[in-house]
Design a protein around this ligand. Structure first.
Ligand SMILES: [Zn+2]
Length: 134
C-alpha cells in the first residue's frame, strides 16, 4: 500500500534539481537508500515526476517544472503510469540507472550554457519548492 501523506518525500525533488543525489538515494522519511525518482517532460518546461521509496512506500506525484537539461527516456510507457508508482517500481533498476546517467552526462551544465535563461528560471522556482533546505 502506497502512502502519499508525508511532505518530506518532496525533498527528493531538491536532490534531483541540485544533482546531489544518485539513485537509489536516501529516503527523507525512513533514511534507507531505497528512494527513486522518475521524470517525464510533456512539452517545454512542463512535465511530471514521481518520487517514491521502495522501503517505507511513501510516494508523491505531481506536475513539475522540468529543468532544461533533462532528457526523457524511451523505455517507460507513460500510459501505464498512474498516480501511485506500481508500474515504475517494477522498472526501478532501469529508471535509476537512466536517471544517474542523465545526471552524470549533464553535470557540467552551468549558467552561461545555451539555455541559461531557462536554467535561471528553474533555479528560482526550485528555490521556492526547496525552501525547507534553505
Ligand atoms: Zn523510505
Amino acid at each position: 500500500m502506497w502512502k502519499d501523506d508525508r511532505d518530506e518525500i518532496d525533498d527528493l525533488w531538491c536532490g534531483f534539481l541540485n544533482k546531489s543525489d544518485r539513485y537509489p538515494c536516501k529516503c527523507p522519511i525512513c533514511k534507507k537508500r531505497h528512494a527513486h525518482i522518475y521524470v517525464h517532460r510533456y512539452q517545454g518546461k512542463k512535465g511530471t515526476a514521481w518520487m517514491w521509496c521502495s522501503e517505507c512506500r511513501h510516494c508523491t506525484h505531481g506536475t513539475m517544472f522540468i529543468p532544461g537539461w533533462w532528457e526523457d527516456d524511451d523505455f517507460i510507457d507513460i500510459y501505464r503510469t498512474a498516480s501511485h508508482p506500481d508500474y515504475l517500481e517494477t522498472q526501478k533498476i532501469a529508471i535509476d540507472s537512466y536517471v544517474n546517467r542523465v545526471l552524470d552526462n549533464t553535470k557540467n551544465f552551468i549558467k552561461g550554457d545555451v539555455d541559461a535563461g531557462h536554467y535561471n528560471a528553474f533555479i528560482r522556482i526550485s528555490k521556492k519548492i526547496c525552501k525547507k533546505q534553505g
